[in-house]
Design a protein around this ligand. Structure first.
Ligand SMILES: Cc1cc2nc3c(=O)[nH]c(=O)nc-3n(C[C@H](O)[C@H](O)[C@H](O)COP(=O)(O)OP(=O)(O)OC[C@H]3O[C@@H](n4cnc5c(N)ncnc54)[C@H](O)[C@@H]3O)c2cc1C
Length: 375
């Protein structure tokens, strides 16, 4: 469908809906990478009812759409795109400090939710401080950081099923949440309208499982998985993330990213030993011994950041150019202010291929791609 027809169709059908506003904000303005062209229309929904109405109508007209929260996990093509961006701005938050039950609408800013819960004395979310984006996107890739994943606290999600038109609360278990995965990711089969969380009411944080965080909190090694003050943990996490450029800041190009660009590869135990042998040949015994490698059932999780660095792509690579690795973290691909999506894709390909040539491990991107691909 030509773009102007699409625009006219959207305007004639959607302008009268309650809680809906329409503009032409580009993906460069909607995403933390500040990349991507212009959608046929940008429809902002202030209520969950408006989200359901808009998605129902777009689907009825077979108009392609992309749900956008904070745009912090999106890589979008340059140019004009025959797709409507549906931006979720419904953001009610209900916190019950007696039971620890929290219900949040999808468009709420995630870090605001964490901050409010910590402020009201509830524990559990503090390790997920500083993750950009919306509450509704947290189940989509089962966000995680510093040893905690949203699956540890999520009990239910309210979904709008696009095929059946049904709106219902479903158990978190039905989403098959796993490392940076749910059955919502890459499928767009349903819209998350709201989430429910069960937090701790005893004034303590989630167990601290991440070594770097435990050290920064001065927790004794003998107290593995200790629980402590949620506010102190939140501050420590924000400080650690800040040093790595992992707290989004409009004024810092090191944070114009999608966070970790590649997921940590999960490989067989045999392949992990092959990689270790290659590291030994390329470097030395000591480097091979220290290669990060964690048990995940009978498989092994390697560190994408470590492999990228050892493949010769150091922080800031390629030290000039519009798209570069963050100067604070090898796993974040960044826009230095004037990059195009094509610049970013070229860098992503170079890094993925460089790691594969050196260690035989193929890295897979974590963000969702719209109108463009790494292959
Ligand atoms: C600096 C930085 C640091 C980051 N650190 C982390 C981290 O520590 N851990 C981590 O896991 N991630 C991290 N991320 C990635 C990102 O912040 C998370 O994945 C976040 O949950 C994305 O939320 P969003 O609202 O921005 O989603 P968007 O980018 O707007 O959307 C991402 C995908 O989810 C879909 N989606 C969004 N909302 C909904 C909804 N309500 N219903 C259905 N589908 C939806 C979109 O259609 C799209 O496919 C980081 C990103 C940045 C820029």
């Amino acid at each position: 469908m030509p773009l102007d027809t699409l625009d006219a169709l959207v305007r004639s059908n959607f302008t009268s809906l309650d809680g809906v506003t329409i503009d032409h904000t580009s993906f460069a303005q909607l995403t933390t990478l500040h990349l991507g062209g212009t959608p046929a229309a940008t429809i902002r929904c202030a209520t969950t009812r408006a989200v359901v109405d808009v998605v129902t109508l777009l689907d009825a007209h077979n108009i392609p759409l992309i749900i956008v929260g904070g745009g912090s996990n999106l890589v979008v093509a340059d140019g004009e795109l025959p797709v409507v961006a549906v931006v979720l701005e419904c953001d009610a938050i209900a916190i019950d400090t007696t039971t620890g039950l929290v219900e949040v609408e999808a468009g709420a800013v995630w870090d605001h939710v964490v901050d409010l819960c910590v402020e009201q004395g509830l524990g559990g979310l503090e390790c997920l401080s500083g993750i950009p984006g919306s509450a509704g996107a947290t189940p989509v890739q089962n966000v995680g950081a510093y040893g905690v994943e949203i699956s540890d606290l999520l009990t239910e999600v309210e979904l709008y099923h696009r095929d059946s038109g049904k709106r219902e609360w479903v158990a978190a278990a039905d989403l098959e949440l796993a490392y940076r995965y749910s059955n919502l990711k890459f499928t767009a089969r349903a819209v998350v309208l709201a989430i429910r969380l069960q937090l701790y009411t005893d004034g303590l944080s989630a167990p601290i499982r991440f070594g770097e965080l435990a050290r920064s909190l001065n927790l004794p090694q003998s107290e593995a998985e200790a629980r402590t003050n949620p506010r102190t943990v939140r501050e420590a996490v924000l400080q650690l993330r800040g040093m790595k450029g992992m707290v989004y800041d409009e004024n810092d190009h090191d944070t114009w990213s999608a966070g970790s660009f590649f997921t940590n590869p999960i490989v067989s135990a045999e392949q992990a030993e092959t990689v270790r042998a290659l590291v030994r040949t390329t470097f030395d015994d000591d480097t091979a011994r220290r290669m990060p490698c964690f048990d995940v059932g009978d498989q092994r999780k390697l560190s994408a950041a470590w492999l990228i660095d050892r493949a010769g792509f150091s922080k800031g690579y390629p030290h000039e150019g519009a798209a570069r690795l963050s100067t604070k973290h090898t796993l974040a691909l960044t826009n230095r202010g004037n990059a195009t999506t094509q610049d970013l894709v070229a860098l992503a390909q170079e890094i993925r291929d460089g790691v594969e040539q050196k260690f035989g491990v193929r890295l897979h991107p974590e963000p969702v791609w719209i109108g463009v691909s790494i292959d």
